[in-house]
Write a protein that binds this ligand. Sequence first.
Ligand code: OAD
Length: 249
Amino acid sequence: MSIGPVTFPEELVALLRKAPKLAVLTGAGVSQESGLRTFREAQTGLWAQHRPEDLASPEAFQRDPKLVWDWYAWRREALKGVRPNPGHYALVETAKHVARFTIITQNVDGLHQMAGNENVLELHGSIRRVRCADCRTLANTWDDDAESVPGCLECGGLLRPDVVWFGEALPRDQLEAAVEAARSCDIFFSIGTSGVVQPAASLAFAAHNRGALVVEINAEPTPLTSKADYVFHGKSGEILPHLVEAIWG
Ligand code: OAD
């Protein structure tokens, strides 16, 4: 089966047409074509310009809450004009054709939901939500431009982004659901992630060990590449629409 420059193996095509259970792990690469920078790409990656430990850790927030708040407020502002790309929409289309579809994302940008996907597990939280650093209550409204970090209406604690920082545990319910989806799927897709951050990276291996077909779509090789059953190197915003067209078009 061939569409343009991408060829999809018959085994993969046949299995996808049988409406399998899918688990899809996504990373920053999926949002790259929406104009968002990835984490580890030299020079352009977010972390190349900021030391993560200065901005994305509980210690950083304790040391300088306003600096951390302002950085996330800036990122939220930058997200306002950002829209899902064809890769996100291809995943929405895919969900319509399979028995079970779970997106497990490391992205905090909310673009899968904006595109229309419903079953999205956010392993690293969401930059679009804000919660109390002390009592964890989510805030309904807040002022991104406030002179000082806004306080929680429940307990007066400082508000912070509802994301997972370095050294913090992942949200337990999201992680448990992700592990379950990885262990019980027929096909596991790893898309646009360098596969170096745990525990997200181990999910593909868990799926592989349970007999799932593992498919990687990424701009470059990763630690998963040699274990994956099928690897497509390129942009997810191009490959995924081709895949959808080839299977269900
Ligand atoms: P990375 O920046 O580590 O990896 C992004 C991957 O996407 C790289 O392997 C790129 O080659 C690939 N890529 C870039 N553009 C692409 C495109 N258009 N199509 C397909 N692939 C493309 O980002 P993540 O793997 O998501 O965690 O990083 C994982 C975690 O590390 C993040 O969630 C964040 C960070 O520390 C936390 O903040 C907790």
